[in-house]
Structures are given as structure tokens and as C-alpha cells.
Design a binder for this molecule. Structure first.
Ligand code: WT7
Length: 635
């Protein structure tokens, strides 16, 4: 495959400039040379960024799984497609070849069809990190069903909201899942979630933990017997370039999660192109991304990107600290991993432990190491570079989002000189711009601004499921004609980008994108709570942690504060998931509000950070006296 791989910085700039001058020609060539199509496109791109309408590869016909699996069979049938590394190191790893993957995906596709799933139907996938997760995702794509993977750490009510929003017809889940020394009872979470979901007709259950489960007559079925009876071949559905491929929920600044919709051809081209360029994949490499397939990183860089390139991709069921802090490094050594892609939060938590955990293992197979999900701080960057990369494997600090579908800004390994904490330069085809407070584009270097993208790229989300208006308002209205990322960034003297963090009401905690609004909504449902405001504050392992300012109802005022704190966190756990728990909860008698009733989060953020120096303009506050009270009682 060609994908315009660049070998020098000079070549990068050449390709970059070409990609900007002639974007249509650039993407046309990539799409043309690297995939198998039933029918090619009439037009490369059509867009109206004001209206948030974007289409790529118009009228092309394709099936992404033909590109992920079938076309590799002649040359790579016996090559390992997936290495499954179980939670428990004593359980044997599985090696699934491309031939076997074909069998498993086509059988699963036939099972889904037998259950009445048709092109365009939505299927919810709520599975732990086991091969069935990738197989189910691909089986959906095979028959043109739209997969909606929900991270298996989400609680029942979070599942309900998502299943209802996209009106899923079928759910694929497991009896339970292993994570470190914990077992998560997934089937009982699904049972609770589905009590309120009339749209779901069937649930297929994978046996993983052998936990006892209830099977609802007429709705629930064990998956394995159905697979055993299914045929291992299936003619892939012919999909239009813009047919929906999947929905993936991400938090927004209002309570309801946003179902980001990705479509077929553009996402395929973009995930494949970025994987190849950022990870320099070569034929016998073993690539490992530690994310969960429940997030976009797993979609694009465990499943689609690697398989589109005929790669060997590792699926790891466990956690970095189980059975001990050497697990990541043991797995790299065991499978001779060549590209390793993880999150700053994992790096920081491991960097706190003795580095001998790393040095015990042979990491000489590594060629490239990557970081994703949040800004990587200087200390973590150096630890990763020194102890894992041994100063020879470049760090690719990759900036992107659920909405972008794939990596947008990142060093190209062995080409772009890395710089700690900098995601560096845009990929060819990507046009970032920084905007100032007056909403003008900033042309100079050595500046900060709001990060926007001014020309469409094939991997971008096309809409929010069922709410195009919200899509337009969230991403295309603040800076008309441009896609607004929600991030702030700095551009240095040579044009390198450093992402400084969110400029909206989203907080990234341990690499998880959490909207403060849904957490507030959950807290406010607690009977003792009158009102709440959540902000992020810096945390040395998680990157950010959550600080809650909570006003109690009169009925709650004489309750024991410690018990209340516990209850509120349990409430959040059961409404959203344990990842959204608050590190600090301060009970306050009021919140700083503007005359129009808007909470001034800027002030709360400063208080949470412990920075009392400059609260900015507080003249618009209705109740300025509250600021001192909150400040004096800060935890
Ligand atoms: C937000 C998107 C990208 C897939 C995983 C997260 C932050 C992501 C970086 C990075 C600094 C980063 C941004 C972005 N982010 N990567 N390399 N450096 N910040 O996807 O859940 O949609 O979150 O994650 O704030 O907007 P997501």
C-alpha cells in the first residue's frame, strides 16, 4: 500500500503542501490505490461547512470488512490477525489468523441475519475486551448493521440512554468480564438497562466468566450454539460510501451524550491511512494499542486501521497493574510487540512505581511508542522516552477525537523531530487553524488560540445521530465555516502544535472524556442535593480529577457529610460509571452566578486548582460574596 508514506521532513512538507493545494487529488489517489471497491466514486468530496454537511467518495460502493479481511486471505490467510492476551497471564493467549477471522466474522454475520438484523439496523455491543468484541463489530459492518459499542464500564442507566437514543434492536453482551482482580457482571447490568428499552428484541450472550445469569425467555440466547450452527461464509452487503458504519457516544456539554455517526468509505480511508503513516506498520510487526474498543481509539486503532493494513493487532483484556505493575512490559516482551500505543494516564500511574518493573523485561522489539487521549506532561513524556522507548523509539503524541475518526496531529516517526508535550504537525490532508477571541484566524506562530479545522477530511463524523442541529451548533457555529474541536492549542515558532486542553465543559479524567453536565444531572437527582457544579482540577496521575461544589436541600443539611459524599459518589457510579466519581466534594451555600443565572465555572475552576490570584471580571455576578465563602472552605 502506498498512502504517500514520507521518508524525510522535506518530503513531508512537499506532500503536506500538495495535500492542501489539491485535497481532492490527494484523497482520490489514496482511496484509489489502497482499497477494493465494488464501484468507485463520481466525486471525491462535497461539502457545506456552514450547514455541517459533508460527503466523501460520492456514490462509491464498498464493504469495509472485505477490505479488512477478504482481500488479505490470498496472501495473508495464515498470518495472525488478532493476538488475544487474556486478563489472567496464566490463561493461554490466542492467535487468530486472517482465515479464522473470516470464518468467525462470517458466522457471526449469519447469526445476526438469522436474528432478523438488516442493513441499517442498530446493534448495541456491550462486551469486555475479548475477540468476540472485534468479531461482532466486523460482523455488523459485514451486513451493514450500524454498531454502537458501549464501553463495558458504563452503568445500566448510561446503557439505557444510549440504547434508546439509537433505538438498538439487538444487544450482544457477555455473562461477565474480567478486569484485574475484579469480575464485572455485564449481563445483569444489561438486564437492568433493558427494563426500559422496548426497542431491543434480542440479546445474544457470550460466555466468558461463567457467572450465573438470568436468561429472559424469548429475548436472551447464548451465542455459542448459534455460532456453531452458522455457515462460515457470507456475501458482504454492498454499502454506499455514506451509509452509516457506526455510532459512538461521546459526552457533550449538555446532559445527553452525543451519538457521533461515522460513515463507511471516508472512515475506512482515513483510519487505514493514518494507521499506516503514524505506526509505520511493516509486514511482520506486532502492533498493540492498550485502549478499549469501547472508545474511538479502539475502533480506529485496534480494529479497523490495523486490519485494513493486514496487520497483527493485540487485544488485551486486562489492566496495567494486574497481576503486577510489570504487565504491559511482560506482554510486549512475550509477543515481541513492535508498536505500542497507550495513554498518558497509564504512563503516569506506572511511572510512579519502581522502574525495575520495566527493566525486568526485554523491550528491544519496540520500534515506535505512542500516546493518546490527553496532553502528556513533560515528566511522563521523559519517563516513557527513557524507560520504554530507551531513547531510540520515537514517541508519537497523537491528537484527535471521537469526532475526527482518526489521528489529525502527530509526529511521523523517524521523520518529524519530536518535542516533549507537542503533538507537532498535522498529517498531510489535515488543515488546523488557531482562532483568536475575535474569531479571526491567527496566521503567526508563537501564539495560542482555539483549535479549528478549516477543510473537511474523510474521517470526520457526519452528524449526531438523530440531531443534526446539535451537530451543527456544537461544532460548526462558533467559528462559521470551520470545525471547532473544543480544544485550545499553542503553536510554537516552527509551527508545532501543543494541545493545552479543553476550552469547553468537558474534562478529561484518566483519558476519559467526561462532560460535567451529565454528572451534574446525576448528582442533582440525589434527594439531598439542590444544585451542583462540577469542574476539573489537575491531578498527577489522572491528568484531571473532578471537584464538585454542591448545595444541599434543607432536608439534607443535618446529614452526616462523609456519608453523603459516599452516597453521591455511589449515585454517580450507578448513573454513569465509576470513572465519573468526584475526588473532592465541597458543600456550599451558593454558587457564583451571573445575572442571567449561568454558573461562572471559570471561578470555580480557579478555586478547585487552588489559584486565588485572579478571578477575572466578577462584576456580572449576582452574588459576589459567595466567592470568598467557597474559597475559604476549599478542600
Ligand atoms: C479529546 C478527545 C483521541 C482518542 C481518544 C480520546 C484530548 C486526545 C490528545 C493528545 C492532548 C488530547 C483532547 C480531545 N486529547 N488526544 N495527544 N494531546 N489532548 O477521544 O474521548 O473523543 O477525546 O481528548 O482534549 O479533544 P475523545
Amino acid at each position: 500500500m502506498s498512502y504517500y508514506q514520507v521518508k524525510s521532513l522535506e518530503q513531508y512538507f512537499k506532500h503536506y503542501n500538495k495535500s492542501i493545494r489539491e485535497p481532492r487529488k490527494f484523497w482520490d489517489k489514496i482511496a484509489d490505490e489502497n482499497f477494493t471497491w465494488y464501484q468507485k466514486w463520481d466525486k471525491v468530496v462535497e461539502f457545506d461547512m456552514q450547514e455541517a454537511d459533508v460527503k466523501w467518495f460520492l456514490n462509491a460502493k464498498v464493504n469495509i470488512t472485505k477490505n479488512c479481511i477478504d482481500r488479505h486471505l490470498a496472501k495473508r490467510g495464515d498470518k495472525t490477525a488478532i493476538i488475544f492476551e487474556p486478563n489472567d497471564p496464566k490463561e493461554e493467549a490466542q492467535h487468530i489468523t486472517y482465515n479464522e477471522l473470516y470464518d468467525r466474522v462470517t458466522k457471526m454475520a449469519n447469526v445476526l441475519k438469522d436474528q432478523g438484523i438488516k442493513k441499517g439496523d442498530r446493534v448495541c455491543v456491550y462486551l469486555p475486551m475479548i475477540p468476540e468484541l472485534a468479531v461482532t463489530v466486523l460482523a455488523c459492518a459485514r451486513i451493514g448493521a450500524v454498531h454502537s459499542v458501549i464501553f463495558a464500564g458504563f452503568s445500566a442507566s448510561a446503557v439505557t440512554t444510549r440504547v434508546l437514543d439509537s433505538q438498538c434492536k439487538l444487544v450482544v453482551t457477555a455473562d461477565g468480564g474480567y478486569r484485574g482482580n475484579k469480575t464485572i457482571e455485564l449481563k445483569s447490568i444489561i438486564d437492568e438497562a433493558l427494563e426500559k428499552c422496548d426497542c431491543v428484541e434480542k440479546t445474544l450472550v457470550v460466555k466468558r466468566t461463567n457467572s450465573p445469569v438470568k436468561m429472559k425467555e424469548g429475548r436472551d440466547e447464548w451465542l455459542q450454539p448459534l455460532l456453531d450452527a452458522a455457515q462460515p461464509n457470507h456475501v458482504a452487503e454492498i454499502m454506499d460510501a455514506e451509509d452509516p458504519l457506526f455510532i459512538l457516544y461521546t459526552s457533550g456539554s449538555t446532559g445527553k451524550p452525543k451519538g457521533m455517526l461515522h460513515t463507511t468509505a471516508g472512515y475506512m480511508v482515513y483510519s487505514a491511512y493514518t494507521f499506516k503513516n503514524i505506526f509505520n506498520y511493516e509486514e511482520n510487526d506486532v502492533y498493540w494499542c492498550t485502549a478499549d474498543i469501547g472508545w474511538i481509539t479502539g475502533h480506529s486503532y485496534i480494529v479497523y486501521g490495523p486490519l485494513l493494513n493486514g496487520a497483527t493487532t493485540v487485544i488485551f483484556e486486562g489492566v496495567p497493574s494486574y497481576p503486577d505493575f510489570g504487565r504491559f512490559w511482560e506482554v510486549i516482551d512475550k509477543h515481541k510487540v513492535t508498536q505500542f500505543y497507550t495513554a498518558p494516564t497509564a504512563i503516569r500511574s506506572l511511572a510512579k512505581e519502581n522502574w525495575e518493573w520495566v527493566d525486568k523485561y526485554n523491550l528491544s522489539s519496540l520500534k515506535i511508542i505512542g500516546s493518546v487521549g490527553e496532553p502528556i506532561n513533560e515528566e511522563a513524556w521523559h519517563w516513557y522516552n527513557d524507560h520504554v522507548g530507551k531513547k531510540k523509539s520515537p514517541i508519537v503524541d497523537t491528537w484527535w477525537q471521537t469526532e475526527t475518526g482518526g489521528i489529525m496531529i502527530s509526529p511521523i516517526p523517524f521523520v518529524t523531530p519530536t518535542k516533549p508535550t507537542y503533538a507537532t504537525l498535522p498529517l498531510p490532508g489535515v488543515q488546523p487553524v488557531l482562532m483568536d477571541e475575535r474569531r479571526n484566524e491567527i496566521e503567526d506562530n508563537q501564539v495560542v488560540g482555539s483549535l479549528c479545522i478549516k477543510f473537511p477530511w474523510p474521517g470526520m463524523a457526519r452528524t449526531i445521530w438523530g440531531d443534526h442541529q446539535r451537530f451543527k451548533e456544537t461544532y460548526f457555529t462558533a467559528y462559521p465555516g470551520k470545525y471547532f474541536t473544543g480544544d485550545g492549542a499553542l503553536r510554537d515558532e516552527v509551527g508545532y502544535y501543543r494541545i493545552t486542553g479543553r476550552v469547553d465543559d468537558v474534562v478529561i479524567v484518566s483519558g476519559h472524556n467526561l462532560g460535567t453536565a451529565p454528572i451534574e444531572d446525576a448528582i442533582n437527582e440525589h434527594p439531598a442535593v439542590a444544585e451542583s457544579a462540577i469542574v476539573g482540577f489537575p491531578h498527577d496521575v489522572k491528568g484531571n480529577a473532578l471537584y464538585g461544589f454542591i448545595i444541599l436541600k434543607e432536608s439534607g443539611e443535618d446529614r452526616n457529610r462523609e456519608n453523603l459524599r459516599k452516597e453521591i459518589n455511589e449515585h454517580i457510579s450507578s448513573h454513569i460509571g465509576p470513572i465519573a466519581k468526584l475526588d473532592k466534594i465541597q458543600f456550599v451555600s451558593g454558587l457564583p452566578k451571573t445575572r442571567s443565572g449561568k454558573i461562572m465555572r471559570r471561578i470555580l475552576r480557579k478555586i478547585a486548582e487552588g489559584d486565588f490570584s485572579n478571578f477575572g471580571d466578577t462584576t456580572t455576578l449576582l452574588n459576589p460574596e459567595i466567592v470568598d465563602e467557597i474559597k475559604n472552605e476549599r478542600l
